[in-house]
Design a protein around this ligand. Structure first.
Ligand code: NAD
Length: 457
C-alpha cells in the first residue's frame, strides 16, 4: 500500500495500490493505441480541445490548489499561484498546433520542405516538489505536438496527477491520450525508460536519477530531456539596492521550503557590503511566517518527509557557522527553520551540494571576477540572480555565469513564455516557451521534385 501523507501533520491522506510493471506496460499500450487518432486530429481542433482542458483546469484551480497544498505542505497561496500557471501553460500551448511550422528550403530541381512530426508515446517522470506544475510543462507541449503520454508522478505526491487524469477525460481528451501510473521509480519509472514503445523520456528530478535515466534510455536510443538539480548563486554587488536585494533573498532560498531546483542557495555578497546586507537580510528572514500551509498568511510550510528532513539537517552540523535562524513550529509535521550560514567557503559541502531545504550559504567575494569565478565553481548551472545598479556590469556578469536562467535585480526564474533549463549537470533541453515543442517533435525533410524528367538523385 502506498501511503500518501500530509507533511504538515504526518497523517495519511490516502492509501493507494501502487502500479506494477504490468500496469506501466498497459499504460504504454493504451497510449500507443491512441496515438494514430490523436496525431490525426486537425491542428485547429487539437487547439480547441487543449483550450477546453485549460478552461477546465482554471475552473478547478481552487480544489487542485487545496489538494496540492495538503499533499506537499506548500502554502495555499503558493499552490494557488502554481495551479494558475498550470492552466496558463495549457492555454499557451493550446495556441501551438497551428504554429508548429516547418520550412521551405530552396534547392535545385525541386522544393524541399520540413515538417515537425510527433514522436509517438512519451513518458513523463516528475518529482514531488512542484507536482502538477512540472508535469504541465511537459504534458502541454507533448499533447500540442500530437504525442500521447504516460505520466509518472512521484510516489509521495500523486494526488494532483490523478485529478488531472479525470479532468482531462471530462474535458473531452480522447481515452488513452493521457495515462497516469502511480508507482515506484525504480520499477515503474525504470520500465517506462526501457520500454521499446516509448519514444522519449522527459524527466525532472535529481541529477543522480537523471544520470541513470540517460544511461538506460541509450539502449533504445530514446530522446531524453532532463531537468535536474541546482546550486544557484544570488550575486549581490555593493552598488546594489541592498535593502531590496535582502528583502528578495528569503523567498529565493526558502520558497517551497527550499525544495526548489532554482533555489538561490548560495548568496555571494561583495565583502564591503557584507555587514549592511546581513542586517537587512536577518530582519527579512526572521519576518517570514512559517506554519500551517492552509493559512492565507503562511509563507513557508514543512519539508516533504521525515527522511528528507534528516538529509537537510545533515547540512547543519553542531559546528556549522549559523548566523541566524527563523522560526518553525515544533510538530507534528516535518518542520525545519530557515537557516542562514555565514561566512561559508565555496568549497564547503553546503556550498557544493544541493540541500533542497531552507538553508542558505552566504559567501563573501572580492570583486567582479571573483564573483563570477565562485558562481561558476559548481557542477550545476540552472538559475541565478545578479543585483547591481550598474547595467553594464549586470550584463557582463549575466553573460559570464554558466547558467540556463539568470535574473537581474529579481529572484524569479520561471515564465510560461520563456525557456527554462540548465547548463552543465543541471540538465539537457529547455522547457516552456515556443522551443519546448522541438523536444516533442522530429524534423522530417521532404523533397518534392519539380522536374519532369529527373532520375532520382
Ligand atoms: P528523484 O530523482 O528522486 O525522483 C524524481 C522522479 O523519478 C520520481 O517520480 C521518482 O519516482 C522517479 N524515479 C526514481 N528512480 C527512478 C528510476 N530508476 N527510473 C525512472 N524513474 C525514477 O527526485 P525527487 O527527490 O522527487 O525531487 C528532487 C530533485 O528534483 C532535486 O534534485 C531537484 O533539484 C530536482 N528538480 C529539478 C527541477 C528542474 O526543473 N531542474 C525541478 C524540480 C526538481
Amino acid at each position: 500500500m502506498l501511503e500518501v501523507v500530509n507533511p504538515a501533520t504526518g497523517r495519511m491522506l490516502r492509501g493507494l495500490e501502487p502500479a506494477t510493471v504490468a500496469d506501466a506496460d498497459a499504460a504504454v499500450a493504451r497510449a500507443k493505441a491512441a496515438f494514430p487518432k490523436w496525431r490525426a486530429v486537425e491542428p485547429a481542433e487539437r487547439s480547441r480541445m487543449l483550450r477546453r482542458l485549460a478552461d477546465a483546469l482554471d475552473r478547478e484551480r481552487e480544489s487542485l490548489a487545496q489538494l496540492e497544498s495538503r499533499n506537499t505542505g506548500k502554502p495555499i497561496s503558493d499552490a494557488r499561484g502554481e495551479m494558475g500557471m498550470v492552466a496558463e501553460t495549457f492555454h499557451y500551448y493550446a495556441g501551438m498546433p497551428e504554429r508548429n511550422l516547418g520550412e521551405t528550403i530552396p534547392v535545385s530541381g525541386g522544393i524541399d520542405m520540413t515538417f515537425r512530426e510527433p514522436l509517438g508515446v512519451v513518458a513523463l517522470i516528475v518529482p514531488w516538489n512542484f507536482p502538477l506544475t512540472i508535469a504541465s510543462w511537459k504534458m502541454a507541449p507533448a499533447l500540442a505536438a500530437g504525442n500521447t503520454l504516460v505520466l509518472k508522478p512521484a510516489e509521495l505526491t500523486p494526488l494532483s496527477a490523478i485529478e488531472f487524469d479525470r479532468i482531462a477525460l471530462e474535458a473531452g481528451l480522447p481515452e488513452g491520450v493521457v495515462n497516469v501510473v502511480v508507482g515506484p521509480g525504480r520499477t515503474v519509472g525504470q520500465r517506462l525508460v526501457e520500454h521499446e514503445d516509448v519514444a522519449k523520456v522527459a524527466f525532472t528530478g535529481s541529477t543522480e536519477v537523471g544520470r541513470g535515466i540517460m544511461a538506460a534510455a541509450s539502449k533504445t536510443i530514446k530522446r531524453v530531456t532532463l531537468e535536474l538539480g541546482g546550486k544557484s548563486a544570488n550575486i549581490v554587488f555593493a552598488d546594489a539596492d541592498l535593502e531590496r536585494a535582502a528583502a528578495a533573498a528569503p523567498p529565493a532560498f526558502l520558497g517551497n521550503a527550499g525544495q526548489d531546483c532554482c533555489a538561490r542557495s548560495r548568496i555571494l555578497v561583495e565583502r564591503s557590503a557584507m555587514d549592511e546586507f546581513m542586517s537587512h537580510f536577518e530582519r527579512a528572514v526572521k519576518a517570514v511566517r512559517v506554519g500551517d500551509p492552509a493559512s492565507e498568511k503562511t509563507e513557508m510550510g514543512p519539508l516533504i518527509s521525515a527522511s528528507h528532513r534528516e538529509k537537510v539537517a545533515s547540512f547543519v552540523p553542531e559546528d556549522a557557522p549559523v548566523a541566524f535562524r527563523g522560526a518553525a513550529p515544533e510538530g507534528p509535521g516535518f518542520w525545519f527553520p530557515p537557516t542562514v550560514l555565514a561566512p561559508v567557503s565555496n568549497s564547503d559541502r553546503v556550498a557544493r551540494e544541493e540541500v533542497f531545504g531552507p538553508v542558505v550559504a552566504v559567501i563573501p567575494f572580492k570583486d567582479e571576477d571573483d564573483a563570477v569565478r565562485l558562481a561558476n565553481e559548481t557542477v550545476y548551472g540552472l538559475s541565478g540572480s545578479v543585483w547591481t545598479t550598474n547595467g553594464a556590469k549586470a550584463l557582463r556578469v549575466a553573460r559570464a555565469v554558466e547558467t540556463g536562467v539568470l535574473s537581474v535585480n529579481s529572484n524569479t526564474s520561471v515564465r510560461v513564455a520563456t525557456p527554462f533549463g540548465g547548463f552543465k549537470q543541471s540538465g539537457i533541453g529547455r522547457e516552456l516557451g515556443p522551443r519546448a515543442l522541438e523536444h516533442y517533435t522530429e524534423v522530417k525533410n521532404v523533397y518534392f521534385s519539380t522536374e519532369e524528367d529527373q532520375v532520382g538523385r
